[in-house]
Design a binder for this molecule. Structure first.
Ligand code: SF4
Ligand code: SF4
Length: 87
């Protein structure tokens, strides 16, 4: 449920402001460790490699550009993400 609300937050803010996600990503630092934790439960996750099997053609429900902020990480309960945020 929280993930659904979070998706609505991302989508509605992006509709209001076309640069919402782009601006959020300016505060993001670090690199993806390809741990696959943020994709847990998705049928497209390759559990052996922790990589997405359909990365170039991701479905509408994919949380693209994850994480856009600390709230994203909190809602997905990610503790050791390779990304962190200035604020
Ligand atoms: S949790 Fe963070 S480091 Fe792990 S795959 Fe997702 S974005 Fe990358
Ligand atoms: S579709 Fe999205 S959530 Fe699913 S494995 Fe690929 S990147 Fe992760």
């Amino acid at each position: 449920m929280l993930k659904l609300i979070n998706r609505l937050r991302r989508n509605s803010m992006q509709l209001i402001n076309k640069n919402y996600i782009k601006n959020k990503l300016k505060d993001r630092m670090g690199n993806c460790k390809k741990c696959g934790k943020c994709c847990k439960g998705c049928k497209h996750l390759n559990k052996k490699t922790n990589l997405c099997k359909t990365y170039k053609n991701r479905p509408f429900y994919c949380h693209k550009e994850f994480p856009i902020d600390k709230l994203d990480q909190k809602i997905f309960n990610i503790k050791n993400c390779g990304y962190h945020f200035k604020k």
